[in-house]
Design a protein. Structure first.
Length: 149
């Protein structure tokens, strides 16, 4: 199931159950599926803030090793994929949602160049491996700053 398919089937039903605005915090590929929801499935109307932690917003080079014919999600993460082109077109972060990305200087899966989105603030949170980023003290501090009203 691709990020687009997953978002289309699950986020819509979740959003239907929620009242008012929501904040989204996503890690890794979750940044792609949640951005797809915000950008392409009407999520800007409900999403107040969106935060990407080590998100592969420009793709992941390691995805080139994964057979896309077996896993749609691998195909979505490949740099230059159809999904990434759609997410990163002329309006990669449509308003009124407030966006921010967090990157790590030691993340080999999602280096800063793959995390950044043009026009969106990025904070380098120091040295964290990809999988441990969400647990880092500085990551948590920056997330709280971004999510505070």
């Amino acid at each position: 199931m691709s990020a687009g398919t997953a978002t289309g089937s699950s986020s819509t039903s979740i959003a239907d159950q929620l009242k008012g605005e929501v904040d989204i915090v996503a890690h890794s590929m979750g940044s792609l599926s949640t951005r797809h929801y915000v950008k392409s499935l009407g999520g800007t109307a409900r999403t107040k803030r969106w935060l990407s932690i080590g998100g592969v917003n420009q793709g992941a080079d390691v995805a080139r090793l994964c057979p896309g014919f077996l896993f749609d999600s691998c195909a979505d993460m490949k740099p230059g994929s159809k999904m990434l082109k759609a997410l990163n077109d002329s309006t990669p972060a449509p308003g009124p949602t407030k966006y921010e990305t967090l990157s790590s200087s030691c993340d080999l899966m999602a280096p800063e160049s793959k995390v950044k989105i043009p026009g969106v603030p990025n904070v380098n949170v120091g040295c964290h491996e990809h999988i441990s980023m969400p647990k880092g003290d500085r990551v948590i501090t920056e997330a709280i700053k971004h999510l505070r009203p």
